[in-house]
Design a protein around this ligand. Structure first.
Ligand code: UDP
Ligand code: MG
Length: 314
């Protein structure tokens, strides 16, 4: 098999501190790879710091680097989608800008690809995040794995290698709410996870607030599962079943025991509980409706402001 051309795709949001080190480390990994020319596609997700000028300067200096600047902050997954739309290599490696995903693992990804895998993703070994966050990740991935169709692999983030045909299928997916690790699993072909230790951030702080992390998590659930809707039906069936049983008991008690059920408190608890359940599932359905609304509007996932590259074909 010939040596594939590698594209490294990175989304950056206020990463001026990490960028030089990122380019240095990815650059030296690519230098050591046979074949080529390899490329680095950097997407600036509307940074407010010097990320964009630094990127564009690097792209002018180094023919391997392509800089794509979005018109504002669209979010990590849209920015990665933009990166996937601009890569030209035979394989693409998606990674974070903060060097939590060590670029030195790329040769291992390529080795698996050479063995015939279209998708090679990093399974996060030990995370270096606070304990409670690690617990949230752990619980979330296990819950999602049970709910999602197709089954999503455990503890797999965005750090991965995708073959060109997988990228082609991802580009074909029209959905606006992009949860790439789910789409990646959906694409199919031969996939394998390899254990990779996740480093701590090289510089700066996490660009995902807790709120955005929760949003990403909900995207995963609502984009790849209809279990929450079905849960409403199951809850409804259970509640109706219990109500029928209780009614039967009440009739029995009235006729044979000459007792009518009483209990204002119980009535109040049951009433408010069921109202709560109803509102909760109304919210769940609303979530799906809102997402349908987003999809139907069909707005582009991102808007490109400028592309800077020494390459001729863009
Ligand atoms: N990122 C982005 N747009 C955003 C937020 C984050 O492109 O709105 C990028 C960020 O620059 C980094 C990657 O997404 O390359 C992962 O973000 P971060 O490291 O902050 O997330 P964490 O690793 O803490 O989950
Ligand atoms: Mg990070």
């Amino acid at each position: 098999m010939s040596v594939p051309r590698v594209s490294v795709a990175v989304a950056l949001y206020n990463e001026e501190e990490a960028l030089p080190e990122l380019l240095r480390r990815v650059g030296s990994v690519l230098d050591a790879l046979p074949g080529g020319p390899h490329e680095i596609v950097l997407v600036d997700d509307g940074s407010a710091d010097r990320t964009r000028p630094l990127m564009e300067e690097a792209a002018r200096r180094d023919a391997r680097i392509v800089s794509v600047a979005l018109s504002r902050n669209f979010g990590h997954q849209p920015a990665l989608t933009a990166a996937l739309d601009h890569v030209t290599g035979d394989v693409v490696v998606l990674m974070d800008a903060d060097l939590q995903d060590p670029p030195e693992e790329i040769p291992r990804f390529l080795a698996e690809h050479a063995r015939g895998y279209d998708v090679v993703y990093a399974r996060r070994e030990r995370r270096k995040e606070p304990l409670w966050l690690r617990f949230c990740y752990w619980a979330y991935y296990r819950m999602l794995a049970r709910m999602a169709k197709p089954t999503l692999p455990l503890d797999a983030g965005d750090f991965s290698l995708l073959s060109r045909r997988v990228v082609k299928e991802l580009r074909r997916a029209p959905e606006r709410q992009r949860y790439l690790r789910g789409l990646r699993a959906w694409a199919g072909f031969r996939q394998i996870g390899i254990p990779v230790e996740r480093a701590s951030r090289h510089a700066g702080e996490s660009k995902y607030s807790f709120g955005r992390l929760v949003e990403l998590g909900l995207d995963g659930i609502f984009s790849f599962s209809t279990v929450p809707i079905r849960a409403a039906a199951v809850m409804g069936a259970v509640a109706a079943g219990l109500a029928i049983l209780f009614a039967l008991y009440a009739i029995y008690a009235k006729i044979f025991l000459d007792r009518s059920p009483q209990g204002f408190t119980a009535l109040l608890v049951v009433g408010t509980f069921l109202a709560g359940v109803l509102l909760f599932f109304l919210g769940v359905i609303g979530e799906y409706v809102g997402r349908i609304y987003q999809e139907v509007k069909g707005r582009p996932v991102y808007v490109v402001d400028a592309v800077v590259t020494g390459r001729k074909d863009l």
